[in-house]
Write a protein that binds this ligand. Structure first.
Ligand code: ARG
Length: 467
């Protein structure tokens, strides 16, 4: 029996009927639909709509549906079910008889789908935060293992200054910790319960909304029934947060693709995550990285799709909102599959520390530190910059590096140069000069590793508290 057939004289066009159903994708909300229905049934009993026996029978029916779904996927093959809400009602009536129809008393599918989706996003956030903590932890381990190795840091994709490899990897740890934080923020805001909001104006029975919220682990009931049945902000925030995460992963992938190429050779691609070419026998291609970059486009697209779906909707529920589900599922699936693979890749990638270190030795990456040397000797910064620029010009003419200029050559540019200038040009000194919080001086990077470990520790604590 349909959930709404009474006022209709004609049957649905069969093609339209198939086309408008959402059970093919909202079946994955079944477990949330069942728990929300359990909470609603309890409130119905407290409101005097169900007897104690009826409540028991409904709760047992819901439990049986859950067991059947767990033991056979074929159970979910139901062409007649319009959506997951209809499916549960049909199955319940098949299992416990007409009393099953009492479950829908005083509620609407509009509040149900809003509730199911909040429960789904909350669970997805908890899983994603766990995966993010694994990923950030792996980056942090690799950062720590890199010791005092250095790598060129780039601006405009031109070699700019040397940095510790650990400092470079910590940049990604920061991004992933922010991503985890954004998801946690989204979780805080979504954790309120729409049950009892009815179709738009509120339930028609005196249901204990706080009790239903509590049973489902929400912080409390939503404040406004019109908002609660039409709001998809939580879904948008969630997918937007995933889009930013995907963006971070895409930038990372792009950098790794560059660094693994013959032009850089900073890293060796792990064979377990690469493939060859069917034509060129010598090739090892960065497939994982390319797919991470490629799939991030898909998540960015879903974020846009979701906003465009909601953009023109008057309050409150409109069927368009059914279209908000698939972008949500697809972006969560995409990242949940991707994150453990990226973690695995990162665990097995080979860093070519000597090549990186070698690359910091040429190309005047010590030029800013050289200018700082002059500044410390009282030369005004703009003039120091200009003098070192001249020194670089001299080197380019002679095809040498700054430390290969003689003191006389240097003194012809500025009397402020002394013997100790050469010491200021070494990699060690250049790194040490960035001695500010957040800088690449080894002591600062040590502090940063400690701070990141702390943040990661509290992330893990939070993840376990929600598990
Ligand atoms: N399948 C619907 C959705 O996903 C459930 C809500 C239906 N509500 C309605 N008034 N037709 O949005």
């Amino acid at each position: 029996m349909k959930m709404w057939s009474g006022r209709f004289r004609q049957p649905l066009d069969p093609e339209f009927e198939r086309w408008q159903q959402s059970f093919s994708f909202d079946r994955r909300l079944l477990r949330y639909e069942l728990s929300a229905s359990g909470a609603h049934a309890t409130a119905l009993k407290n409101a005097g709509v169900l007897s104690a026996d009826e409540l028991i029978s409904i709760l047992q029916g819901l439990e049986q549906i859950s067991q059947k779904a767990a033991s056979s996927t074929a159970f979910l093959n139901d062409d007649e079910a319009e959506d997951v809400h209809h499916f549960v009602e049909k199955q319940l009536v098949a299992l416990i008889g007409e009393v099953g129809y009492k479950l829908h008393s005083g509620r609407s599918r509009n509040e149900q789908i809003a509730t199911d989706l909040r429960l789904y996003v909350r669970a997805a956030i908890d899983q994603l935060r766990e995966e993010l903590s694994e990923l950030a932890g792996t980056f942090l381990d690799r950062a720590e293992q890199a010791g005092d190795s250095a790598v060129p840091a780039y601006t405009h994709l031109q070699r700019a200054e040397p940095a510790l490899v650990s400092h470079w990897l910590l940049a990604y740890v920061e991004m992933f910790l922010r991503d985890a934080d954004r998801l946690s923020d989204c979780r805080k805001r979504l954790n309120v319960c729409p049950l009892g909001s009815g179709a738009v104006a509120g339930a028609t029975l005196p249901l204990d909304r706080s009790l239903m919220a509590e049973k489902l682990g929400f912080d409390g009931p939503t404040a406004n029934s019109i908002d609660a049945t039409s709001d998809r902000d939580f879904a948008i925030e969630f997918v937007q947060s995933l889009a930013i995460l995907a963006l971070h992963l895409s930038r990372w992938a792009e950098e790794m693709i560059l660094f693994s190429s013959q032009q850089y050779e900073f890293i060796g691609l792990p064979e377990a995550y690469s493939t060859g070419s069917s034509a060129m026998p010598q090739k090892k291609n960065p497939d994982l990285l390319e797919l991470v970059r490629g799939k991030s486009g898909r998540v960015l697209g879903q974020a846009t799709a979701l906003m465009v779906t909601v953009k023109g909707l008057p309050l409150a529920y409109n069927k368009d909102l059914q279209e908000s589900q698939e972008p949500l599922f697809d972006s969560a699936d995409t990242l949940l599959q991707m994150l453990p693979l990226v973690t695995g890749w990162m665990k097995s990638v080979e860093f070519h520390f000597e090549v990186m270190q070698q690359a910091t030795q040429s190309g005047f990456m010590n030029a800013w530190a050289a200018a700082t040397y002059l500044v410390k000797r009282g030369v005004p910064s703009r003039l120091a910059h200009e003098r070192i620029g001249k020194a670089v010009q001299l080197c380019l003419e002679r095809n040498c590096e700054l430390h290969e200029l003689t003191l006389d050559q240097l003194r012809s540019l500025s009397p402020a140069f002394g013997e100790d200038f050469y010491e200021a040009l070494t990699l060690k000194s250049v790194l040490a000069v960035h001695d500010v919080p957040g800088g690449t001086a080894p002591n600062r990077v040590q502090q940063a590793i400690g701070a990141a470990r702390k943040k990661l520790y509290s992330l893990r604590e939070e993840v376990h508290a929600h598990a």
